[in-house]
Design a protein around this ligand. Structure first.
Ligand SMILES: [Zn+2]
Length: 437
């Protein structure tokens, strides 16, 4: 009791985030120098990993900025922590509960996989039947063929028909959906890149209200096809510049992939993954039907990444009064499930590592200082628009410097291949470059 009192009064109880080494020291000073650490099975811990502390009932009220934890810390008491947690323990006391974003996200995805496995009736992928479906990137025709072949001037994009289960999901969804614009105030605070500029906010609100009206009048049907995602790309994409692990995977393999003939994919996802992809297609279809002076299709942007010495290009989904708009869907907004703190963490993680970075990259290729992110809840139809600037660039640029040092030969080989391709092409007038994001 005395120990607890002493600690509650001291500054030490206020520590929220620290490396594992610092937490160990903290534990020695405040609890006991005899302790055990529990994480994943047979895990070896890195002292540098950063952890955030969570406060359970025994720990008392968390300090400002600290997060409460009102759930079970152990899956198997004294043996296995609940998913996503690392526990430091000593006999006779409640454990110090630690976690971080990446552990929480990993635990969510493994939980989801386990649930699917348990059900048994919900496989996560299916085999596609021959002939496969393809979409010409130039004329827009959908055609069947056993193999990829050039239609107009480019390799087509492979498509899959939407499965019966997912079509049923869309039918049900469309019967109940109400598209509702919400102010970006509903978003978690302090998202990287979100700007408070009054003009930008006014533009976002105008776009949102107009879109709500437009969507109320558009006839909506379930999507028939969706684009299959093939990591084996011929060109570095915007998405490859956002994530270190993905970049490493792509740059190590891209020269090899370029030598291969593009093989058809034999499998397509099912369940929420399929619905996510099909939803993108569904939105594209809807936005193609929109005829409005203010809203229109996005225009392709190119970005020369000096640090890596490569050029990537991509196309934001839409344009509103000259401002590019990128669409992202989430299952639900964090404010729709306030009791689930994980959703908030995951949303912030995606925003920082994906949305804000993508916006920053697109902004390098356009005149504007900001663009709009249109975030849509797939379950409720609520959506919001937030003006975002390119402040995520700083972190990415320092990442790229690091990557360029790590993969100099691979980058050089890729640059060489692209240069050769451009040279071969400059004779012909089939001028185009790169696949799209
Ligand atoms: Zn064509």
């Amino acid at each position: 009791m005395i120990r607890a009192l002493r600690c509650a009064q001291s500054e030490c109880e206020k520590m929220i985030e620290a490396t594992l080494a610092e937490w160990k020291k903290w534990f020695e000073q405040n609890r006991s120098d005899e302790y055990k650490i529990f994480g994943r099975k047979d895990e070896e811990f890195e002292d540098e990993e950063k952890f955030t502390r969570l406060w359970n009932v025994q720990d008392g009220k968390p300090p400002e900025g600290g997060e409460e934890f009102n759930s079970k810390a152990w899956r198997k008491r004294g043996k296995i922590p609940s998913p996503g947690l690392v526990l430091i323990t000593t006999a006779g006391q409640s454990p110090l509960i630690l976690t971080n974003e990446s552990r929480r996200i990993k635990s969510q995805s493994t939980n989801r996989n386990k649930k699917n496995e348990k059900k048994g009736d919900a496989p996560t992928s299916r085999y596609l039947k021959k002939p496969y479906q393809w979409l010409c990137r130039d004329c827009g025709e959908i055609f069947s063929a056993k193999k990829s072949r050039i239609h107009c001037v480019r390799n087509p994009r492979q498509k899959a028909t939407v499965s019966r289960q997912s079509t049923a999901w869309f039918e049900d969804y469309l019967e109940n959906i109400k598209w509702t614009y919400k102010s970006p105030e509903l978003l978690p605070l302090n998202l990287p890149g979100v700007i408070e500029d009054a003009n930008a906010l006014a533009l976002a609100e105008r776009a949102g209200k107009m879109l709500e009206e437009i969507l109320a009048d558009v006839e909506m049907t379930p999507p028939e096809y969706f684009a299959l995602y093939n990591e084996k790309t011929r060109y570095l994409r915007v998405s490859d510049l956002k994530d270190k692990r993905k970049f490493a995977r792509v740059i190590k393999n891209i020269a090899g992939w370029r030598k291969l003939k593009m093989r058809p994919l034999h499998k397509a996802p099912l369940g929420m993954i399929e619905i996510g992809h099909a939803f993108d297609e569904f939105l594209t279809d809807i936005f193609e039907k929109i005829s409005s002076k203010s809203w229109g299709p996005g225009e392709r942007v190119r970005f020369d990444c000096e640090e890596l010495g490569v050029t990537v290009s991509g196309t934001p989904d839409l344009m509103f009064e000259g401002v590019p708009v990128e669409t992202k869907t989430v299952r639900l907004f964090p404010h729709e499930v306030p009791e689930d703190k994980n959703q908030q963490t995951i949303f912030k993680y995606k925003w920082k590592n994906n949305y804000a970075k993508q916006a920053a990259l697109y902004l390098q290729g356009v005149e504007n200082d900001f663009m709009l992110l249109l975030i849509i809840s797939r379950e409720s139809g609520e959506f919001t628009l937030a003006p975002v600037d390119d402040s995520a660039m700083t972190e990415m640029q320092s990442d790229w410097v690091e990557w360029a040092e790590k993969f100099p030969e691979q980058l050089q080989e890729y640059r060489q291949l692209i240069a050769e391709e451009n040279q071969a092409r400059s004779g012909s007038d089939k001028s185009q470059s790169g696949e799209e994001e």
